[in-house]
Write a protein of this length. Structure first.
Length: 253
């Protein structure tokens, strides 16, 4: 028997998230075959490194294009209350029973980075700001979507109130469960981006992100951080929990 000493072979599952994304962007009804992928990328699929390089380049290009065509005023669809999905699904990188329990009375939202007033916020102080509600669709890359109702402070209102540098590139989030994510400033200022305190007509339960989550209906589910503990503004790319594992950073929905 001869030993295979050629370059390492990659399988489709190694690069599944990237392929899914390309399929979605190309509006393909069927999955890409290895042959089609070879033609698209122009690489021999036996050469894993070359494929990775091409897919990474495509992914970065895709982020740039998406950011460029993102319209700060285009609204995500809204729905009627009768269309709300019941029960609304739970999702996280752990099971529902492990969702962090945050003590609301002692909770203080921390602020850092390019923000002029970094004083921490209590939940009551956030509730005293102007509030808005939305009924929108949440789309998860894991293959489900659901309509829900969230209420809270329009994120633009909050950023302006604390003197955030809205010319900076990114807003980042650190969460009580060690999750983290970040969004571009145009998305942070989008009229439907909400610092959500409520699910339905009551405070967010632990499973949906108590004491607050960022509700971003123009982004995929994983860019909606729950259990936010700290918000920062920066020009240095902050990445995110799934973003750092290969999911597209822009991930508009
Ligand atoms: N803190 C935190 N936020 C998170 C996650 C997480 O694991 N931890 N998962 C993300 C993903 S992948 C999805 S689909 C949504 C799920 O939100 P839901 O439980 O309200 O449906 O939360 C997002 N925000
Ligand atoms: Mo998700």
């Amino acid at each position: 028997m001869t030993q295979d000493t050629g370059p390492k072979r990659i399988s489709l599952s190694d690069i599944a998230p990237e392929i899914k994304r390309i399929e979605r962007r190309m509006f393909l009804r069927q999955g890409l075959s290895l042959g089609a992928l070879t033609m698209l990328t122009g690489c021999n699929l036996a050469d894993g490194d070359a494929v990775d390089r091409v897919l990474l380049a495509m992914s970065k290009w895709n982020d740039k294009i998406q950011a460029a065509i993102f319209s700060p005023n285009r609204l995500a669809p809204t729905y009627s209350e009768s269309e709300i999905t019941k029960p609304f699904p739970f999702n996280a990188f752990y099971s529902e029973a492990e969702a962090p329990i945050v003590d609301g009375a002692s909770f203080r939202l921390q602020l850092s980075g390019l923000i002029s007033d970094k004083r921490p916020w209590t939940i009551e102080q956030l509730r005293a700001l102007p509030q808005a509600t939305q009924v929108t669709r949440h789309i998860c890359v894991e293959g489900w979507s659901a309509i829900g109702k969230w209420g809270g402070v329009p994120f633009r209102t909050f950023l302006e109130r604390v003197g955030a540098d809205t010319t900076a590139k990114y807003v980042g989030f650190k969460c009580a469960d060690k999750y983290y994510s970040s969004i571009d400033m145009p998305t942070a200022l989008h009229p439907q981006t909400l610092l959500a305190l409520d699910y339905g007509d009551a405070a967010l339960p632990a499973k949906y992100g108590y004491p607050m989550k960022l509700r971003v209906p123009t982004k995929l589910g994983f860019k909606n951080p729950k259990h936010i503990a700290e918000i920062f503004v920066t020009n240095d790319y902050p990445g995110g929990y799934w973003e750092d594992q290969g999911y597209n950073w822009f991930s508009g929905s």
